[in-house]
Design a binder for this molecule. Structure first.
Ligand code: G4P
Length: 530
């Protein structure tokens, strides 16, 4: 195996998905702690402390107590290089999360054991299952009274349609939680409040007397009953089904107390797949182990450091090796660029990266060349599949009192659209000076106004528009999108999206019915590019 191949094979890139408050920030911190990246718990957490503020506009994030930005962290553990992609916790930023998941090879689904599968988890799970990426499940907050573990599994299976394979089983719950029985290793992990490492005791199986010794008596009968059931109903993790996203290895614990995070990390290292191949628009599967460098931009974040007014484009390396200073071809612009400055992220620190391999995420300092979905290669003509855009649900026009600032506003809006923070739709009559802004949730409007004010010093007013959905028409058959010079029959209001395609904005989902009747030769899609 060449050095290139072994470097690529030791990459594991994943994201954590969960409903807000399930404990994602806490478990991220504990994963970094167990991975040896941070020495002290409390270094990452950003909600109450200020340590995690990587950008000034995270001030808003702190005010609102929600995680808005996605960050990427990289660390080495047991010979593997792990890239952990953080996803925004708020449902209004679902699209950002979707794009982040496009750059991950697996996902860990975190569930609050008392609440089971919550709304946001369900939505994010749907995204994972569309991409068919493997999913791990971690049932958190076992230090509190929660649902019966079998009930929790049933909840996951019935709501998400994925079969759970518990590799551990909780011994007790809440105040009486003692530890975990590891079904695969045949050992018990005993956790104590305030104790760094668990006591690990090998056993012959769940029937072992030692299990009885450590498990509070009132739990034993139920535990034995569950174990008998699992022995019959649940086998080992079948790798093929796991990689296809059909079964999910599951474990339990408490992120806050650092219980079970060690087991999770080990399970992750053992089972998580390395970099997957990505499909090009010409249906060519790009081999990650190929010598040729390629990657795509999945996220753009402006003004991470306001003092430098910089913008960072996050690139997922899909194949080969990135080297600092290398010449690459920007496929959309058909232009050669030199990648001189790229960063990698460790906890909250950025450092210049000399080289990176398929599976890694690098942040490229961007002076305005990149858009989400752009493909970069070391010369080969190649375009990865487009990042889908979902239908916004809220629409508005922006107005500004000072006419001299109109140009500035246009620039700000353009940049935020390139970042994927908003979508813009151009009215063919009005032109692009005054686009319609579309977002998925109210909080995105708030962030938009905040950022226009904070970063561009623009005091902007928002005028809501009476639209509720966007529909992208495509020709039947063939599926080609309608271009801006084509027209729909009937009275639908049509606009032009950023790719120059026609899009209909409707005041309700129900309007799609008459649109379809009037245009039988066209199909209407809820997203661009899916
Ligand atoms: P999020 O990023 O998914 O939104 O969740 P976060 O980690 O911020 O955790 C949300 C709350 O849940 C926090 O409490 C956190 O301490 C708590 N939590 C996380 N893991 C566990 C766990 O295993 N057991 C218990 N009992 N609680 C857990 P908070 O009150 O909002 O903040 P804090 O004051 O505790 O930091």
């Amino acid at each position: 195996m060449t050095n290139l191949q072994s470097e690529i094979k030791r990459r594991k890139t994943f994201a954590i998905i969960s409903h807000p408050d399930a404990g994602k920030t806490t478990i991220t911190e504990k994963i970094l702690y167990n991975g040896g990246v941070i020495r002290e718990a409390g270094e990452v957490k950003g909600k109450s402390g200020k340590k995690a503020a990587t950008s000034d506009w995270m001030a808003l994030e702190q005010q609102r107590g929600v995680s808005i930005t996605s960050s990427v962290m990289q660390f080495d553990h047991k010979g593997f290089r792990i890239n952990l992609l953080d996803t925004p916790g708020h449902v209004d930023f679902g699209e950002d999360t979707y794009r982040t998941l496009m750059a991950a090879d697996s996902a860990a689904m975190l569930i609050d054991a008392a609440k089971g599968v919550e709304k946001q988890t369900r939505k994010l799970f749907e995204v994972c299952s569309k991409r068919k990426i493997p999913i791990f499940t971690f049932a958190n907050k076992m230090d509190r009274e929660g649902k019966d573990p079998l009930e929790l599994i049933d909840d996951v299976e019935s709501t998400l349609g994925i079969k759970c394979i518990p590799i551990t089983w909780p011994m007790g719950m809440g105040d009486r939680f003692k530890g975990l029985f590891h079904r695969v290793e045949k050992s018990i992990y005993l956790y104590k409040l305030g104790q760094e490492d668990p006591e690990v005791i090998p056993v012959t199986g769940w029937q072992d007397e030692l299990v009885k010794k450590y498990l509070p008596e009132e739990f034993y009968d139920k535990f034995a009953e569950d174990m008998e059931l699992l022995d019959v109903a649940v086998g080992d993790v079948d790798m093929e089904s796991f990689l296809a996203g059909e079964v999910s290895p599951m474990t339990f614990g408490s992120a806050k107390n650092n219980w079970g995070v060690d087991i999770f990390l080990k399970m992750f290292i053992d089972l998580a797949p390395g970099p997957a191949g990505y499909m090009s628009q010409n249906k060519e599967l790009v081999d990650p182990l190929s010598k040729n460098f390629s990657g795509f931009i999945f996220k753009i974040q402006a003004n991470m450091d306001k003092r430098h007014r910089d913008r960072v484009a996050f690139l997922r390396v899909c194949s080969g090796r990135f080297e600092r200073g290398m010449k690459v071809t920007h496929q959309r612009l058909n232009r050669e660029l030199r990648l001189s400055y790229a960063n990698q992220f460790q906890a909250q620190d950025r450092e210049t990266v000399e080289e990176a391999f398929a599976g890694d995420i690098i942040g490229i300092v961007d002076t305005g060349n990149y858009q989400i979905g752009d493909t970069i290669t070391d010369g080969k003509k190649l375009k990865f599949q487009d990042m889908p855009r979902f239908s916004p649900e809220l629409f508005a026009r922006l107005s500004i009192k000072d006419p001299l600032k109109k140009k500035q506003l246009q620039k700000g809006v353009q940049q935020l659209a390139e970042e994927g923070a908003i979508q813009i739709f151009i009215d063919p009559i009005v032109g692009d000076q005054d686009p319609i802004i579309g977002v998925i949730g109210e909080l995105q409007f708030e962030v938009l106004l905040y950022r226009l004010n904070d970063e561009y010093k623009l005091n902007v007013k928002l005028e809501k528009m009476p639209f509720a959905v966007a529909r992208w028409p495509r020709h039947k058959p063939g599926g080609l999108p309608l271009s801006q010079t084509e027209r729909l029959k009937g009275s639908a209001r049509t606009f032009i999206d950023k790719s120059g395609h026609l899009v209909a904005l409707l005041s309700s989902e129900w309007d799609q019915g008459w649109l379809e009747k009037e245009n039988p030769e066209v199909s209407f899609h809820t997203s661009e590019g899916l």
